[in-house]
Design a protein around this ligand. Structure first.
Ligand code: AMP
Ligand code: ZN
Length: 474
């Protein structure tokens, strides 16, 4: 069996991955708060961990992996949007409008992540469907002496859990010094965090032993992962920005509520997608959405390829040059497939061992893409290339036939221009005036056509930025 190595934030080292039960590998990824469109940074963990799931399914079997990613649908920003809509005269109760907002955002999220070739998780729990389980977990924490109720709130008592801070390798006192902690008179310690908080009459709330209120964000993931994966599971993942406080708090809650469990054995954190050295985020305003890029005509597979070029533990930027290069590379691959691939045979072959080995080495997606390049350079490996583009979620095998068809159409459309260029060339050979040939060639090049003129004749091929409309005037 392939040995997978992953960098576990908990141990700060690359470890051999050993599932608790290879027949039931479980992983939980912190999903989005569904108040607005996902930005490109939010897509990074989705793509990275989609690749991980593909690898795990390959190694342990498709039916032996359970992939959970939640939707956080309890949030002040969702409430604010719903309230604004109500004030603007939208019909329905606030609950209806909140539901409407989260449904619409989840629909966008699915469409955008589908476009990036990311498979849907097996479970996509919504926080609002697990409020009862959260209340139960909070009650257990109170009974065990790890939480206390005060003024309609319930707080986790961080001093009751000596391991608090271990994931980040920091002590509670260090964290207090570095963190923006909310000071409140009812807190025993400034680091104590909210498990439950009261809701005003105008806001969504659920009845609880501590009055009408709503859960804190951290308890959502602890309750949902417990319900769907149990008290010990294999992998918990998310962006590095969630390591503290979110993941520290999840560990404290889950390990104190279920002291016999391990919670997550492996913690994986992706580094940030940045803009000019700063994390892309809604709050900094330095973001663009996945939909913005798709609307600009950048295919989802190109976005995915660019995200896969950088190792998940390194920060990265999005640049237009990267997108242009990725696009032309993927088009080259379709060309190669048109010439050399046997699509029926591609269905029979699994991922190439070089691709699997690259991914098994702490998800080295960059090396996996390099392996694709090597396959593209050998005509007898192009069928493997096609199979691996499918495996990596870049171009689905089901779609390769259609993609080849599109390319052929483009080429067929170029035939008359090739004839015209050849005719101009024949004339120029007589007149020795090659200017008309050069200017026609230049116009073709500007429209995105690669022009090759050899002894045997003229060959035209569409390049990545080829636009048939630009040829119309020629
Ligand atoms: P949020 O909705 O902000 O909680 O984010 C959803 C997921 O996106 C989490 O796993 C975050 O860690 C991740 N994330 C947010 N911003 C970025 C970014 N700029 N680069 C990479 N991942 C990010
Ligand atoms: Zn979480």
């Amino acid at each position: 069996m392939v040995e997978i190595r992953l960098t576990n934030t908990k141990s700060r080292g690359k470890e051999i991955f050993r599932p608790i039960d290879p027949a039931r590998v479980g992983l939980y990824i912190c999903g989005p708060t569904v108040y607005d469109r996902a930005h490109l940074g939010n897509a990074r963990p989705v793509v990275v961990f989609d690749v991980l799931v593909r690898l795990l399914r390959h190694v342990y079997g498709a039916d032996h992996v359970t992939y959970v990613r939640n939707f956080t649908d309890v949030d002040d920003k969702i409430n604010a949007t719903a309230l604004a809509r109500q004030q603007a005269g939208a019909p329905g109760t606030l609950e209806d409008l909140i539901r409407e907002r989260t449904e619409e955002t989840i629909g966008w999220y699915h469409a955008d992540m589908d476009a990036l070739g990311a498979a849907r998780p097996d479970f996509e729990p919504r926080a609002t469907d697990y409020i009862g389980q959260m209340i139960e977990m909070i009650e257990v924490l109170i009974v065990r002496g790890h939480a206390y109720a005060a003024e309609g709130h319930v707080l986790f008592d961080v001093r009751s859990y000596p391991e608090y801070g271990r994931l980040s390798g920091r002590s509670v006192d260090d964290m207090i010094a570095g963190a923006r902690v909310e000071v409140a008179p009812f807190k025993r310690d400034p680091m104590d965090f909210v498990l439950w908080k009261p809701s005003d009459d105008g806001l969504p709330g659920w009845d609880s032993p501590w009055g009408r209120g709503r859960p804190g964000w951290h308890i959502e993931c602890s309750a949902m992962s417990y319900e769907l994966l149990g008290e010990s599971f294999d992998i918990h993942a998310g962006g590095i920005d969630l390591q503290f406080p979110h993941h520290e708090n999840e560990i404290a809650q889950s390990c104190c509520a279920h002291p016999h469990g391990q919670f997550a054995n492996v913690w994986l954190h992706n580094e940030m997608l940045q803009v000019e050295g700063k994390k892309m985020s809604k709050s900094l305003g330095n973001f663009f959405t996945v939909r913005d890029l798709l609307d600009q005509g950048i295919p989802g597979e190109v976005i995915r390829y660019v995200l896969m070029q950088t190792h998940y533990r390194s920060p990265m930027d999005w640049t237009e040059e990267k997108a242009v290069a990725a696009r032309s590379k993927l088009e080259d691959y379709v060309w190669m497939a048109e010439k050399y691939a046997d699509l029926a045979k591609a269905r029979m072959i699994g991922p190439h061992e070089a691709v699997v080995a690259a991914l098994a080495d702490d998800l080295n997606t960059h090396a996996a893409l390099m392996a694709l390049d090597r396959m593209a350079n050998q005509s007898d490996l192009v069928t493997d290339l096609v199979a691996n583009l499918d495996f990596l979620g870049l171009i689905k095998l089901d779609q390769m036939g259609a993609r080849i068809g599109e390319l052929r159409e483009k080429v067929a459309g170029l035939a008359s221009y090739a004839e015209k260029l050849q005719a101009l060339r024949d004339v120029a050979k007589q007149t020795k005036d090659f200017a008309p040939v050069d200017s026609f060639k230049e116009m073709l090049t500007n429209a995105g056509v690669a022009v090759q003129m050899g002894r045997e004749g003229v060959e035209l091929a569409p390049m990545a930025h080829f636009d048939a409309n630009e040829l119309k005037g020629l």
